[in-house]
Design a protein around this ligand. Sequence first.
Ligand SMILES: [Zn+2]
Ligand SMILES: [Zn+2]
Ligand SMILES: [Zn+2]
Length: 257
Amino acid sequence: MLHGSCLCGAVEFEAAPSRDVIACHCTQCRKQSGHFWAATFALHRAFRLIRDDGLAWYRASPAATRGFCRHCGAFLFWQPEREDRISIAGGAFDGSTGLTIGESWFNEDAGDYYSPEGPPPRPSYAPKTLRGACLCGANRFALPGPMGDVTACHCRQCRKTSGHYSASFDAHEPDIRWQARHLAEYVSPGGGRRGFCPTCATSLFFRAADGSLSVEAGAIENPTGGRLTAHIFTAERGDYYSLSDGLPAHPGQDPAG
Ligand SMILES: [Zn+2]
Ligand SMILES: [Zn+2]
Ligand SMILES: [Zn+2]
């Protein structure tokens, strides 16, 4: 059995997965994770919740519900209707999993700032405005574009909350215009705050302890003019994936940034 949990520990489980990990680039998974999601599955009889104090569910479509932690916003589970299996985020597992990423799904729905395979495309368009929203629509905002450089973070915190790893871009918080706002904030162990929707668990932003803000790239709905440019904290990367996009990968923080 493998052990897993959300970032804050209010949801904890064990599972014996039945297959390798699948990356999903569909719009719903991109929004909720903040980049794209990756999950394995386990049969219900090979899955056990150890702690579920924080567990909440959001129904994004008639086909399935999405399980998350209402305290820290971690996106953990995808439960298809009337099936005896549950999909589990790769980022939720602790320690080595022995799993690998096999397929990737809905590649045609991937964001324009990265590519499911290989190097990210060069942006061809620089929008003046970026429009973002959470999956349920309770949060809507706009900020000046283009998105510019996007950084992928493989730290344990980002892996736990996103369900795989995160991708975000720097923004100036006073520039964000909220049209609808329904936020929860989780204070992470380093003193930063993660903003997420308490209804649908979409990851929206991270405000570092020094006040600097980064917005989750997956929340943006229009063409971004952004490009993934680096991976950071790859020393904490999950064992079930490797990086093959040719971008600089730093074991800790980006030494230049
Ligand atoms: Zn939690
Ligand atoms: Zn929402
Ligand atoms: Zn991180």
